[in-house]
Design a protein around this ligand. Sequence first.
Ligand code: GLP
Length: 267
Amino acid sequence: MKIVICRRPDQATFLAAHVMTDVLGRDRQKAVLGLATGRTMEAIYAHLIERFRAGMLDFSRCTTFNLDEYVGIPPEDRHSYRYYMNKHLFSHVNIDVTRTHVPDGMAPDLDHAAKLYDQAINEAGTMDLQLLGIGENGHIGFNEPYSSLASRTRVVTLDPHTREQNSGLFDDGTQQVPTRAVTMGVGTILQARRTLLVATGSAKADIVASAIEGPVTASVTASALQLHPDCLVLLDEHAAHKLTRRDYIEQMRHHDPEIIHLLAQLG
Ligand code: GLP
């Protein structure tokens, strides 16, 4: 795991956009991106749109798979993650919408649709890069505590803490947040060639420390990233402030060629 701590949150999200740009530029023909939702991601998508407008990015041939979707919320509803993706990224860039995938939370047979989602990921050759945020309970995607670390895309029950955390986006608060969701499994996520976890803000400090320095446990599904052979973590100072091995992270900053190159992007 490589960890980069930025002074400001906008620097962490800027670097995340840079890493994604690199993947898209490397193999435009068949780049497969795993995408995420949440407040942290909005800034990353804004940077990507800026880069697209500046002619630095071409999405025309890439394929995307989103992590998750609420059950029972149709795609045109502004609370759905499909709506989120259209609003924050897809409608602003030259992506072919038919190559964008978000789990179907309205499918008559949710279990079958979830299986097909994993199949489609495999057929596309799996994600070159999976972008990830982290919930305050340590979830990646909607892999709530007790999710098997080998889990595949499936229907899950949402943790009350998650429903509360996400309630700000619903008019009537927590009551309106669905109780179930479809999410890529932890095992599906770990299949990506590279994983990129981005977290900012002090509300994430404790859980970031547990995920990175704590034991690998289904109680904090982000800790499974410790098992991923190529995981990059981008944090701001606030999200990083409970990490205890700062001297080692500092050492990486000065000696890891990839991190040196990355930080040079901040000018
Ligand atoms: C939701 C998503 C997660 C995301 C989390 C963090 O719960 N399902 O994939 O990581 O939000 O969101 P935020 O960036 O708003 O803290």
